[in-house]
Design a protein around this ligand. Sequence first.
Ligand SMILES: NC(=O)c1ccc[n+]([C@@H]2O[C@H](COP(=O)([O-])OP(=O)(O)OC[C@H]3O[C@@H](n4cnc5c(N)ncnc54)[C@H](OP(=O)(O)O)[C@@H]3O)[C@@H](O)[C@H]2O)c1
Length: 319
Amino acid sequence: MSTPQHKIGSGFGARSTADDVLHGIDLSGQLAIVTGGYSGLGLATTRALTRAGAHVVVPARRVGPASQAVEGIDGAEVDELDLSDLGSVRAFAERFLATGRSAEIVINSAGIMACPETRVGPGWEAQFATNHLGHYALVNLLWPAIARGRGRVVSVSSAGHRRTGIRWDDVHFEHDYDKWVAYGQSKTANVLFAVHLDRLARDQGVRAFALHPGGILTPLQRHLAKEEMVAAGWIDEEGNPVEPSFKTPEQGAATQVWAATSPQLAGMGGVYCEDCDIAEVTSAAARSGVRDHAVDPEQAARLWALSAELTGIDAFTAP
Ligand SMILES: NC(=O)c1ccc[n+]([C@@H]2O[C@H](COP(=O)([O-])OP(=O)(O)OC[C@H]3O[C@@H](n4cnc5c(N)ncnc54)[C@H](OP(=O)(O)O)[C@@H]3O)[C@@H](O)[C@H]2O)c1
């Protein structure tokens, strides 16, 4: 059954941490795959999930720095994956499936934001390709392990989804590249992916969620000049955070960890969350919530079909 896009009153909020939402939850015996699990929110997620007893596989495009980042975290392992390269996604999935393990939790946290116009693979726009198509391919290729896990798949989207729906007539920005619109499109795609995956997977016991983690200063802002962040009111001239709503990485990781593990969401899926609760659908003036264009089931089905066509991968359609 589809889940209403309405708050459930979880009792958690913007200042809750990943450890807070995991309090009393034992993840022993569960395996989680956390893309980007070696930086920013992903690293905080890896730490929290392993502390709760999960084994965490961290796919990394830079294996050396990733191994250093998770050094000393009991229960974390690193393997190679570049989401912007379908060959690399296939190779990672084949290695994982060959181990015969199940995946109870998949958190798609890796991402890039507002980069200069960049083309990857067959000329794909890099933010759409990395943030959406790479994760689309990964989940579909890992489907046998995810189906066995009968757990949850979580897409880390962003409030940036509010900027735009999918640009159906120019998804790869052949014209008029705008780094923020391209980021927004990729983050809308993250939500639509969860909406349609949930529809396809729920009968097999797998549920999908999307979320906005909050605003957190992490290496994600690497493509922004200091002046741009000062002008946005995020940092002062010395680089100190000045935006009062900013979260710590542990607070930023809380919503994805809550979506991946909370018994409060049992029997639910296909919804967008923020501040450790399901979000409301809001209109253009609102500073929180999810926009209609990101949770529309028809748009979600259309994006799934386009992604299947572009990648040649779809676990839910017989070849
Ligand atoms: N921070 C925020 O304020 C904020 C707000 C809204 C949404 N989000 C979302 O939260 C997620 C995590 O962001 P973050 O703040 O934790 O950023 P981050 O610290 O930069 O982490 C992103 C991770 O993604 C990895 N990655 C990038 N391109 C990749 C590729 N081609 N293949 C595999 N991995 C790749 C990065 O690896 P490398 O280090 O090797 O590049 C890094 O580990 C993103 O999806 C972002 O859109 C963040």
